[in-house]
Write a protein that binds this ligand. Sequence first.
Ligand SMILES: [Zn+2]
Length: 333
Amino acid sequence: MIVKKRTIPIKILKNNALLRRLPNNSSKIPEIMSDLAKRMAGYRGEQALDFHLSKLPEKDYHIFHGLRLTNGIYFFQIDTLILTTRYALILEIKNYAGVLYFDPVCNQLIQTNPAGEEKGYANPIEQANQQLQELKKWVNKRNIPLPIEFLVVISKPSTIIKTTPNYTRILQRVKHVQYLNSEIEKINQSYKELIDTKEIKRISHQLNKEHQPETFDVLNYYKIPFNEVKTGVICPSCHSLSMKRQYATWYCQTCKIANRDAHYQAVIDLFLLNNDQPVSNHEIRQFLGLASRTTSLKILLSLNLPHTGTGKGRRYLPPPRYQDIPHIDIQLY
Ligand SMILES: [Zn+2]
């Protein structure tokens, strides 16, 4: 059963919102596009697991995607955690293509990609092991008697995995996605039942409660001042920034389509670019390019956003879990 579903990472949503709203000649575009491409590849790699995980018997496996917990000092993030009555299993997912060489001397992963270029990465076995150590402390603190295992899952079946002969034992922790379920079967054999399903529910509740959503101040990260961002409502059809509002409807000056909800994306973009901070009616009115305060207030009320303060001091907050809302236009690169 999926206890915590996978959502589009906030960094992808924010990179995407920024690309939508940067002037075409911005010097930052190549860097943002390259970051977004890497993040998308990672996200697709994680999605590649879903088919395999969906074959596990629902009631025996409690699955958490993208859990982010704190040890009080820093955060640790687990791509996928599988909780059973016998053990907990951490999956560290890598989508690298080509040939992967696990270098035991430098404790590094060297990828030769399909274009023949070499790239070095931190050893994912080490990464997963660190998550294991942190999760171990987390469960010990809460008197949960579950052993923890980890696997590094390579999401592309065609990726070739190599190492030196005396290091092959370590590679037992690295599996191609198509062997994930049989590996889980093997782990099942190694442990006996330690807790009951009631206890699993209690732990699941605790994990969900302690999950800390990732934050990302995208403008600050790329050192882009807010006034460089293009404001206005984007046409959902031709993507130009020429929507004008008349009688509760947006009309595109370029392709002439009419749309009643085109402002929604713009409001979400404002939150995404403004580091999820509360905004005033005035700020939203300026961002949407509306002349009338009453119109922007009407729009704000129709969106039913959470808010704080009253009168002129009222500030509107992003909708809860707004990254999950399906009708945001996600233009995946
Ligand atoms: Zn248009």
